[in-house]
Design a binder for this molecule. Structure first.
Ligand code: SF4
Length: 80
């Protein structure tokens, strides 16, 4: 399996509860990691969130059942 990219994942040290969070608030640390992650493209290719009906953070987005979930902006109120 081509998992070499996972060693470079910015979220590698985060707990699964954060990476696979369902709520934007819980996912915030993982989303911040995505912003500086050097392997975003590989992450999205490997996880294929839409096809796998993924729940959690992948490629800078929070996904629910394979669809991008609304995430409140850092300064605004939730619009979810
Ligand atoms: S893009 Fe985000 S979820 Fe994917 S490996 Fe990087 S930090 Fe982790």
């Amino acid at each position: 399996m081509d998992g070499y990219w996972q060693a470079a994942a910015a979220c590698a040290g985060l707990p699964p509860a954060v990476v696979f969070a369902r709520k934007p608030k819980d996912a915030a640390p993982a989303l911040r990691a995505c912003a500086v992650c050097p392997v975003r493209r590989q992450c999205v290719s490997a996880v294929a969130p839409a096809e796998s009906l993924f729940d959690g953070v992948c490629g800078g987005r929070l996904w629910r059942n394979g669809r991008p979930a609304a995430v409140p902006s850092s300064s605004g109120s939730p619009r979810d």
